[in-house]
Design a binder for this molecule. Structure first.
Ligand SMILES: C[S@@+](CC[C@H](N)C(=O)[O-])C[C@H]1O[C@@H](n2cnc3c(N)ncnc32)[C@H](O)[C@@H]1O
Length: 170
């Protein structure tokens, strides 16, 4: 019995480690997430307010959208992994933000981003590079993009070094 539990533990740990190197557009993509402190810093650097429509591309468990909703903003979370979609939806319900946040199970490359006033991304550089032409084509002038950890090839408006947040404005 104990041996079986240890074996299951080792297998789960190996799967978790494997998820760190899995391609970012697969449901096994990294389980790295934005914590509450960073999510609050995102709202601060982007000056998020009640008029904002936020698109969180690869929203994970929805932490950034939940924080943004506390500032009155509306949010659309686009997430490819069904498990994370489920977790994000449960968190939206738990926080009673059903009227503010929609979580969509989809590939963000297939979604129209033109209604966004703010884009939030925590994605690997390769994916950000692939998204750039879409940003340039679809985002309206003045849209703020906040990228956690990784750079986007756009003129940098502001950098929060402590929280590794970069702000770009289209
Ligand atoms: C590094 S995690 C960040 C999760 C969340 N944004 C956070 O900060 O906590 C990247 C997320 O993007 C999702 N993802 C990657 N490629 C995607 C795609 N093409 N469409 C939708 N979601 C995607 C992954 O499933 C994963 O949840």
């Amino acid at each position: 019995m104990l041996f079986n539990l240890i074996l299951i533990g080792i297998i789960l740990f190996l799967l978790f480690m494997l998820s760190m190197v899995w391609p970012p557009d697969s449901p096994w993509a990294p389980w790295w997430r934005t914590n509450k402190k960073t999510a609050k810093a995102i709202c601060k650097i982007a000056k998020i307010n009640s008029k904002d429509v936020i698109y969180d591309l690869g929203c994970g468990d929805g932490e950034a959208l939940l924080q943004a909703a506390k500032f009155g903003a509306s949010g659309i979370g686009i997430e490819i992994d069904p498990l994370r979609v489920l977790i994000a939806n449960l968190r939206v319900i738990k926080n009673n933000f059903q009227n503010k946040i929609t979580i969509k199970k989809s590939n963000f490359f297939n979604e129209d981003l033109s209604k966004a006033s703010v884009i939030i991304v925590y994605l690997v550089p390769k994916t950000l590079e692939k998204l750039l032409p879409k940003f340039k084509k679809e985002l309206k002038k003045g849209t703020r993009i906040i990228s956690y950890k990784y750079e986007i090839n756009l003129p940098l408006k502001s950098f929060d070094k402590q929280n590794q947040l970069r702000l770009y404005v289209i």
